[in-house]
Every structure is written in C-alpha cells, then in structure tokens.
Design a protein around this ligand. Structure first.
Ligand code: K1U
Ligand code: ZN
Length: 201
C-alpha cells in the first residue's frame, strides 16, 4: 500500500535524525583519537543539555573514526570532546546492524557477579589486559533523538558500556589492572609510560 505524505515525511525525518554511517574503514577518519598520556583522556565529561543535529554530527564523526580504527566503542573524551556521549557497535562487520548512541548515560544498578575480560582501548593501541568488572549493568541514558531510555546489559555490551563510561570520568582500563607485572610489560612493549596510569586498587 502506498505510504501517505505524513508517513514519508516522518521516515525522512527519522533518516535525517539517525546516525547511520558506512562501516567501511576510512583511510582518513574525521577525528583523531588521543592516546595514553594526553590530558584530554583525564578530563571529566559534561552532560549534554540539548540533543540536536550538532550532537548527532559528532556521533557520526565518532562512528566513522571508530570504524576506521576497528574498535567496537568510542567515548567523546577520546576525541578531545569533554561531553557525555559514547557510541558502541559490537557488530562492525555487519552493515545492517545499527550502532548504539548513549547520551548522558548513568549506571543505575550493577549485578553482584564479577567477570574478567581482556580489554583493549583505541587510546592504548595493542595493549590487552585482564580487567574485573560487574557482569551485568542497568543504565539510563538518552538516545540520538533525545528520548530517555533504559537498558539491561550483559556480556560484551556490559563490558563495553562500563569501559566507555569510565572514559567519561577520565578513567582508563589500565587504571583497573591488578596484575602489575603484566601491566608494566605490556605498556613498555607498546611504548607507553607507566607514569600515565592512575591505578585504582
Ligand atoms: O574505548 C575504546 O577505546 C574502544 C574499545 C572498546 C572495548 C573493547 C574491549 C573491551 C572493552 C571495551 C575497543 O574497541 S578496543 C578494540 C577491541 O578490543 C576490539 C575490536 C574489535 C572487536 C573486538 C574487540
Ligand atoms: Zn577505551
């Protein structure tokens, strides 16, 4: 059945408001991802008061930069923007899977069970180390259209959300690492300074 003008207009508006971008990695992404040692990574992010086209544009640029770096998540402070915005896509090889955009996320509950996972970070390339975190989280946030949302997450999504939310507070995954020997070895091997870690132990 043919769609009405109102339906077409609504579809166009939703398309305009969405943050879908091609997932093919660009050679020259729009944003530079800061690395361990940069002050931008230690700056707490501020809440976003209005979700508008500028916020959606930033999310699009972050996604293009994330896909270029072959990451599954990116937080605005990593690209030097101290705002509470993060993007996640656990299915970077599948064009049909839409990315997730989280604005002003807040963790409202964490499960009692803890899990260990070898994390990586686009700001600390090639360094992979075990981090212990809650296996499940519940959060509230706004989506790319400014709508309030709630989500219960587990598995890799819960892991990625917690990692990215740490970025909003100036915390990096290496700050959580308890195996000091592995931490020192990995950082040295990949040219990062131990002094740039702010251990939370
Ligand atoms: O925040 C970031 O720097 C992105 C980071 C997210 C993340 C990965 C693993 C555990 C927690 C958080 C990355 O994407 S690092 C790259 C990476 O580990 C990876 C890339 C593709 C598929 C699977 C993992
Ligand atoms: Zn990271």
């Amino acid at each position: 059945m043919a769609r009405s003008f109102a339906q077409l207009a609504r579809t166009a508006e939703q398309g305009h408001r969405s943050v879908h971008v091609p997932k093919e990695p660009l050679d020259q992404p729009p944003l530079t991802i800061h690395r361990l040692g940069a002050k931008e990574l230690r700056t707490a992010a501020r809440r976003i008061s209005k979700v508008d086209e500028a916020v959606r544009d930033l999310a699009r640029s972050m996604l293009l930069s994330m896909y270029a770096a072959r990451g599954i998540g990116l937080a605005a402070p990593q690209v030097g923007v101290p705002k509470q915005l993060l993007v996640i896509d656990l299915d970077i090889e599948e064009a049909a899977t839409p990315p997730m955009v989280f604005i002003n996320p807040e963790i409202t509950a964490t499960g009692a069970a803890l899990t260990t996972y070898e994390e990586g970070c686009l700001s600390i390339p090639k360094v992979y180390l075990d981090v212990v975190r809650p296996a499940e989280v519940e959060l509230s946030y706004r989506d790319e259209q400014g709508r309030p949302r709630r989500l219960k997450a587990d598995g890799l999504l819960a892991r990625c959300i917690q990692h990215e939310m740490d970025h909003l507070n100036g915390v990096l995954f290496v700050d959580h690492v308890t195996d000091a020997l592995s931490l020192n070895e990995e950082l040295q091997q990949h040219g990062f300074e131990r002094d740039h870690v702010q251990s939370i132990r």
